[in-house]
Design a protein around this ligand. Sequence first.
Ligand code: HSE
Length: 429
Amino acid sequence: MGKETVKIGLIGLGTIGSGFAALLKRNNSYISENSGINLELSKVADKDRAKLEAQGFSEELIAGDIREVTENPDLDIVVELIGGLEPAKTFITEALKNGKHIVTANKDLIAMHGKELLNLASEKGLNIYYEASVGGGIPLIRPLKHSLAVDKIYRLVGIVNGTTNYIFTRMAQDNLGLSDALIEAQKLGFAEPDPTNDIEGFDAAYKLMIMSSLAFGSIVERDKLYVEGIGKVTYEDIDYAREIGYAIKLLAIGEKLPEGLALRVHPTLVPFEHPLASVQNELNAVYIEGDAVGEVMLYGRGAGAMPTATSVLADVTEAARSVIFRPNAGVIESSSSQLPLIPIEEMNTRFYLRFLADDRPGVFAALANAFGDEEVSLDMVIQKRRVGNTAEIVLVTHEVKEAAFRKALDKVMSIEAIKPEPSMIRLLS
Ligand code: HSE
């Protein structure tokens, strides 16, 4: 077999884009020897032309206009690494209309408009590759799309945001505050350009939507997903969790139940013996449970330039194979359906609750009544004296419907001796 050359256009020279360009240069001859395919970066575009010049791209390589990439008849693959919905969606649509395969790390776009774009790709006999959109360097999309697609996956639980996992790790190990830990994560290149998406859980929610579409064959509307960020979790919670045998992680959880899909993103107490509890720093992991396969955990670097660039380059190589060997690759995931979503109030969960209360007779009796009335059963109770006559109470419930727990919590908070602003975190069951 002779060597074939596949031409690539790259849009976006930010952290991941620069990492991809560097990795392509570094590993190109190695890939060529192994696969017989020559990958050639033929055009690069970024709204900041000075950035391209500073990175040493020649005049010939630099696109003066985005159409030199999206409409360029010489290019086979367009790699979109600018992120966000627009103008990325327009650029990808134009590139598909002009016959290019797409490689992207854009989780927002794939989560929100993946089906529409994949349908367009399918119509054109093209494909969209998005391994880098979830879990950085961890092969996750391909296993879900291929290896595990033959099994009935009924649950996936993931640490899919490197920034928040890094923040929790630093809070637990070094008592660093959330904002200091976030600054570190930003310096290390893990955080999104606007870290609100990391902290508020939206980044993890987009990733959960993508994984669910593959694992459960169901497209989910973003607004229907329960998403809670990490902003309210404090050292005290991390310390108490440790005392009772748990780590706190931001989890994306998806379950296929007889009534529909239970999907949510929230901080969660994870028992130390669960493999996800030991996933530290920016590392990500997704724990998947399937009917025949049992448990599978995919683990690795979920953020950062070079790990994510590895996934992009792997996709480019797969797209290049498609260009050479299988022009009509087809796209199975665009045929997803829409299963009913179970509202968070209907989900069964265990809860951790921490609050301050006046330390006087009758408080525990009132608490017990509030929980008892709503049939919330307590599994664990800790009380410690804080200042003067104020006690800190931490309790963990058995599994209960969220709506019942919320009713009980309202009753608890109406007890005069209980101070406002309790800390409430769900447990992984
Ligand atoms: N901001 C993301 C994270 C980067 O922290 O995981 C990868 O999507």
